[in-house]
Design a protein around this ligand. Structure first.
Ligand code: SF4
Length: 353
């Protein structure tokens, strides 16, 4: 994966762009004014591995709640604001690490200037978030529809406003619910600018549609070297968004972490209960953060081969199975002892992982 060179910015202590690892973010789905629920959800996101979290700031009460939320969580918070410059200023006062606001929607020049000056003083970046569903009318008329080029022109308009105010601590996203349109918009933008990119497919829907759209859209972009931070959008728990984001990053080779389970779909040759074994293995290893490949295979046709490729593995047989470690057969045990023996073997080697 050859990453396109982008400028580096920081959201709190999290670097984005340049040579920084591609970071994972999500957005809370609680009412930001309900600080108890919002803090709880951010803590769940932290635990799942989210590195940045965005909260919606629809009014002044939500903006004022940020200070309290910030004190209780460890990851940087980005305030998501539409139109209202006062909400942006208050969010900055409350200590946010980034703003998501489109300068072209703020209104009078002096209001934009106030927000930009506050962002400069506090060294926080602004994300310009172009959404295909809300492009300016004149741009829509010019292109006839929300084409990738129209999306990039909308982004350029916002960028020009910030650059004229000598502000370039910018991150950009160009999202649509249409995967191919989104991919093309990011490609066109990347040819023109080197600002770091937040990538994702917006309004992707519930699982499984949302997962497939996010995986294909984000996956293709990352494989083309485009993207510095990702957000999977799902009509589901934000923790699920983070889990899927990490799976995408691991699949494209962008981040290495935790346990990857290789398991067969099972077929008529399978003589052990693979589904139950996979569930047991996943549960037993869920706290391991080091990169680890574990194979759980149904029979000796493909089983031993896959199990040998993994760091550890088991391959079932008739009432029994084989345990592998680092390419070597360790032992043959009864089916009822297979998972236990595998976990025991992994635990024995944990310090060397
Ligand atoms: Fe079937 Fe064996 Fe392949 Fe599993 S590993 S799908 S049981 S042939």
């Amino acid at each position: 994966m050859n990453r396109r060179k982008t400028r580096k910015i920081y959201v709190g202590n999290v670097p984005i762009g340049g040579d920084a690892p591609i970071s994972v973010q999500s957005m809370t789905k609680t009412d930001t004014r309900d600080t108890k629920k919002t803090i709880l959800q951010i803590k769940q996101l932290q635990k799942a591995g989210a590195e940045i979290v965005r909260v919606a700031v629809p009014d002044m009460e939500a903006a004022k709640a940020i200070g309290k939320i910030k004190k209780s969580v460890k990851i940087p918070i980005i305030a998501d604001i539409h139109f209202n410059y006062k909400l942006a200023l208050e969010s900055i006062r409350q200590g946010v690490s980034g703003l998501r606001i489109n300068p072209g929607n703020i209104g009078a020049q002096w209001k934009i200037k106030e927000v930009v000056n506050a962002a400069k003083e506090n060294k926080i970046p602004i994300r310009i978030g172009v959404n295909a569903g809300s492009l300016p009318k004149d741009i829509l008329q010019k292109y006839g529809h929300s084409s990738p080029e129209a999306m990039v022109e909308a982004a350029s308009r916002h960028i020009d406003i910030l650059e004229e105010l000598d502000f370039s601590y910018i991150k950009v996203s160009l999202k649509a619910s249409d995967v191919l349109k989104t991919i093309e918009a990011y490609r066109v933008f990347s040819e023109k600018y080197d600002y770091p990119l937040h990538v994702g497919i917006t309004e992707a829907g519930p699982p499984p549609e949302g997962i497939v759209k996010g995986a294909i859209g984000i996956g293709i972009l990352l494989l083309e070297g485009i993207g510095d931070t990702v957000r999977v959008s799902l009509t589901d728990s934000p923790v699920r968004e983070v889990e899927i984001a990490y799976e995408i990053l691991r699949t494209v080779g962008a981040r290495k972490f935790g346990v990857e389970i290789i398991s067969c779909p099972t077929c008529g040759r399978c003589e052990v209960n693979i589904k139950r074994m996979v569930t047991q293995v996943r549960k037993s290893l869920k706290n391991i953060k080091s990169p680890l490949k574990v194979a759980v295979m149904g029979c000796c046709v493909n089983g031993p081969g896959e199990a040998k490729e993994a760091d550890f593995g088991i391959a079932g047989g008739k009432g029994q199975g084989i345990v592998f470690a680092k390419g070597e057969v360790i032992k043959t045990v009864k089916e009822s002892e297979l998972v236990f023996s595998l976990i025991e073997e992994i635990r024995k080697n944990l310090n060397n992982l």
